[in-house]
Design a protein around this ligand. Sequence first.
Ligand code: ADP
Length: 268
Amino acid sequence: LSVTAKRLAARGDEDAGVLLLVHDVTALTYAQRERERFTAMASHELKHPLTVMIGNAELALELDDLTPRTRERFESIIAASDRMLTMTESLVTTSRRGFGGRDEVDDIDLRLIVLDSVASFRATAASADIAIDVRADEPLPIAADGFRMRQVVDNIVSNAIKYTQSDGEVRIRAAVDGGSVVLTVADTGIGIDPDDLPRVLTPYFRAAEAKEKAGGTGLGLGISNDIVQAHGGTLSLESEAGAGTTVTVRLPLAETPRAADDTHRRDP
Ligand code: ADP
């Protein structure tokens, strides 16, 4: 039971009273406990197959007759499975705290995250006949949780590829703009109906056209928005149905003049 007491103000000769509010929160507590139990179980069950995948991909890397391309594919499988393993391990804390937080904040370069993320999607895009054009030429220092930021970039780039037909293009730009770091991911895909646009950040919402085109949970964009906001940034979408979508992420630029100087020296 949850009990709240409030003293009522006395008026004239009337007696002052006390207001007691008694809520039965049994169902709420039960639901919360069930959710935590379920996530703990799911996290535990997912860990095993992931470990098997990583182990086997690592063993395959030891084979002698691998071409550089095959080697790259295995390394990409290992990197992605590793990230999934970390996410799986953080599921339990995440279910308590909500998905879009930030844990460890470091001085990081968003440029490297963008380039790494794009590299991991090259094969998927190529097999769908989608061109990726990426330009990120300068260091993009931000104070952020690198793991969460990778999740944001992965979600946005993966959506751009997923919701674009073959022969389309995904154009990614990342640059400093005044006191901000700005990332834009523009695609020539199915776009979003103006009626649906305000709802795409709502958990589980998926537009009818999106459901037809590809599978999904309707969670990625909302989680990304929460993560970006937890870092003091903004995520916005512009879209035209049938023509394409542009997602823009704006984050505060970190004040790291020394890091910028170092990069300058290495890259004259
Ligand atoms: P999911 O992709 O799993 O459905 P998201 O939360 O990432 O979930 O996106 C929510 C919805 O927003 C999608 O189902 C789709 O309707 C729309 N959406 C997101 N990104 C794009 C995009 N690049 N092009 C078209 N629609 C998009």
